[in-house]
Design a protein around this ligand. Structure first.
Ligand SMILES: [Zn+2]
Length: 348
């Protein structure tokens, strides 16, 4: 391992550490993260960024699936759409990718709003596949048969090289979808698992990002989820299964807040590419949260449409992004020291 590689791994570990600080006091993230590390190569955000950078070439499509219907509105929260929009920005700036955000019809407006906040045009699939700085938002069916057809169409039209699920429910071993507390959401959820199954079979790199064990991707740490997360082993709906989605991805990222996992991937990508600006900043983060909230995405907790994620106000997410950005810039600067001194006139 070269000095530069060692530094990269250390900053990658620091990115994972920051993204897994249990700011909301939920108490399950550490166990889930350690299980994810034991099951796969790490650091987790850096590993995902490396694969994305290796596989996604200019003009390639990347699916980003998000949207979690919440009680009693059956409408989504800002955890997910905000991370999707900011990751889409990072994939555009870093890799010239064509992001395709896939979500329920009811979440289309909030995802479009979030993308615009992140500085991207939000258009239909055809335009997004051909225009720069443009992402698509696709309403994916809740009906399984319609979803299967939509998955086939999207695979044929876009041929995505990667698929990332952020705070996304998925079907458990009995075919049902659940929220974090085990209530059933099956009728309200787009069946994007079918798209991820097709993508994985076609060779696309599939990643899940979650914070509680009930998100798409957590099958990689199923045993830990059912052993440590309340309501995870047996749901609170008649299906009586677990809350762990059955789809097994190529890679799983655990973060304290799912959006932070997406920020972590963007940070690791910025680090790999030596470009701080690939990770968004406080101002962009504020705008994404505000526009997303105004499009009726709630700040989970009391359910207010305040800008923020998982009951953490948007200004603290801005602080978080600035911390990540500083770590990225320091990593870039120290990485360069292995090639050339930062202040050669001071070298002795
Ligand atoms: Zn159930």
């Amino acid at each position: 391992m070269s000095g530069a590689d060692g530094k990269l791994l250390k900053v990658g570990e620091a990115i994972d550490s920051l993204c897994t600080i249990e700011i909301t006091g939920r108490g399950v993230v550490r166990d889930l993260y350690l299980a994810a590390r034991a099951a796969q190569d790490g650091p987790l955000c850096l590993a995902a960024a490396r694969e994305l950078a290796a596989r996604v070439h200019p003009g390639d499509a990347v699916v980003i699936a998000t949207g979690l219907p919440t009680y009693p509105w059956f409408s989504g929260e800002q955890d997910g759409p905000v991370g999707a929009a900011t990751l889409a920005r990072a994939l555009v700036l870093g890799l010239a990718a064509r992001p395709i955000v896939v979500t329920e019809a009811i979440h289309v407006e909030m995802c479009r709003a979030a993308l615009r906040g992140a500085g991207l045009y939000a258009r239909g699939l055809e335009q997004a596949l051909s225009l720069p700085t443009t992402a698509a938002v696709v309403a994916f069916p809740t009906d399984p048969a319609e979803a299967a057809e939509a998955a086939d169409r999207l695979m044929a039209q876009a041929r995505p090289r990667a698929m990332v699920a952020i705070e996304r429910p998925g079907a458990n071993e009995r075919g049902h979808y659940h929220g974090a507390k085990g209530f059933q959401l099956s009728d309200h959820c787009a069946k994007v698992d079918l798209l991820f199954e097709r993508g994985k079979a076609a060779g696309a790199y599939t990643v899940g990002i979650g914070d509680g064990g009930n998100e798409l991707g957590c099958a990689l740490i199923r045993e830990t989820v059912v052993a440590t997360v309340p309501f995870a082993a047996v749901c609170q709906c008649p299906c009586g299964g677990s809350v762990v989605p059955a789809f097994v991805p190529d890679h799983l990222i655990i973060a304290a807040i799912s959006n932070w996992g997406a920020y972590g991937v963007a940070a690791a990508l910025a680090l790999l590419l030596d470009r701080r600006e690939v990770l968004h900043d406080r101002e962009v983060d504020r705008r994404v949260h505000e526009l997303c909230a105004a499009a009726e995405a709630n700040n989970d907790g009391p359910g207010l449409l305040d800008p923020g994620t998982d009951a953490v106000p948007a200004r603290l997410h801005g602080d978080f992004v600035e911390l990540l950005g500083f770590m990225v810039q320091s990593g870039i600067d120290f990485g360069r020291l292995y090639k050339e001194p930062r202040y050669p006139w001071l070298a002795v």
